[in-house]
Design a protein around this ligand. Structure first.
Ligand code: PRP
Ligand code: MG
Length: 207
């Protein structure tokens, strides 16, 4: 029995497709309505939650493995896990974005940067020796510069459509993201063979 936490939404859809291609029973996942946990014929016990909570479930030993975005892992303090597989789905990048004139602008004060990923944003500017003010937004981060709350944003860019629709451009694309399969270190010790079998099967179908 492997206990799995899966990030709801897009990751769930893409990973379920890969699990199906790898020959696993995904019917219980596809038939889910509002339930948040299912058991499959392969002996997987799956729970579905928000990205940060997938990490929390792993951290507390509630699940053995998790499917979660690299963005969430980089933002979180948790590091007691092994990253076993890059599934190459949900590929996108972290970027600094703003209006096109941002790079040429001279700021007489601390720049204000809006982001949902405040740790990543802090690290980005610290590495560049820039002292900025980070403002946390939970979503629709592009509003930051649009409404004048911030000078720029640190956010995820996939197609770039959201930036474009709001008059913004990528200033610096700095970190590639994709969905990862991670295992808690303790779980890996006790369920190594089962976990590695799942990893091997997924490895064959990933792009
Ligand atoms: C994400 C991300 C960007 C957008 C990138 O937002 O924060 O805003 O998608 O995709 P694109 O480059 O293809 O436009 P999401 O739609 O998940 O909403 P949220 O930021 O409000 O959580
Ligand atoms: Mg967004």
């Amino acid at each position: 029995m492997i206990k799995i936490a899966m990030t709801k939404g897009r990751i769930q859809k893409q990973v379920t497709e890969l699990l199906a291609q790898a020959g696993f029973d995904v019917q219980p996942i596809l038939k889910m309505d509002r339930e948040l946990q299912v058991v499959t014929k392969d002996g997987f016990e799956l729970i579905f939650g928000k990205a940060n909570d997938v990490v929390t479930f792993l951290e507390h030993g509630i699940v053995d493995i998790g499917f979660v975005g690299k963005d969430t892992l980089d933002e979180s303090d948790f590091d007691d896990y092994y990253e076993l597989l890059d599934l190459r789905v949900g590929e996108c990048d972290f970027a600094l974005a703003s209006f096109p004139d941002y790079a040429d602008k001279v700021f007489q004060r601390r720049k204000r940067i809006a982001s949902k990923y405040t740790s990543i944003a802090k690290r980005y500017f610290a590495e560049r020796g820039e002292d900025v003010e980070i403002i946390k937004l939970e979503g629709s981060v592009e509003l930051g510069p649009v409404v004048g709350l911030s000078d720029a944003i640190i956010d995820i860019v996939e197609t770039g459509n959201t930036l474009k629709a709001n008059g913004l451009v990528v200033i610096d694309r700095f970190l590639p993201i994709s969905t990862r399969l991670i295992a808690g270190k303790t779980s890996f010790k006790f369920k190594k063979d089962e976990i590695l079998e799942l990893v091997a099967k997924l490895e064959q179908v990933k792009k």
